[in-house]
Design a protein around this ligand. Structure first.
Ligand code: 5GP
Ligand code: ZN
Length: 115
């Protein structure tokens, strides 16, 4: 827990936010500023600043991110239309919240490269 971290505070409930998925290690919320009809954030509960902090001991949790992403995507029919799972790592890549999180985007055609 980092005391001034938005996603730590959402995770522990001190900032209220509807969780669309919860486990001991992860939770998911709808993005407040959606960039697609489905825009979900999957957020590990443990505070890590970015993908650069991930270690071997986190591999099981990262596998869970993919399982949860598939589950949430399938519930929304995105297994049929496609979805994107993306991490912005560092300010230069567009990371604005310094607590690792995985974006699920879908429900519209997605261009590549994302820009
Ligand atoms: P980043 O730019 O760091 O990859 O993604 C951060 C995401 O968090 C952005 O898409 C932004 O809209 C979202 N976000 C920022 N503050 C909040 C918040 O208070 N609640 C929710 N649900 N999403 C937020
Ligand atoms: Zn945090």
């Amino acid at each position: 827990m980092s005391s001034d971290c938005l996603f730590c505070k959402i995770g522990d409930g001190s900032i209220p936010s509807e969780k669309i998925y919860e486990s001991d290690t992860l939770f998911a919320i709808n993005d407040i500023n959606p960039q697609a009809p489905t825009h979900i954030l999957i957020i590990p509960r443990v505070h890590q600043t970015s993908l650069l902090d991930v270690e071997k001991s986190d591999h099981e949790m990262m596998g869970s991110v993919i399982t949860v992403a598939n589950q949430l995507a399938k519930e929304r029919g995105l297994d049929k239309t496609g979805y994107r799972l993306v991490v912005n790592c560092g300010e230069g890549a567009g990371q604005s919240v310094l607590h690792i999180h995985y974006h699920i985007l879908g429900g519209r055609p997605l261009k590549w490269p994302p820009g």
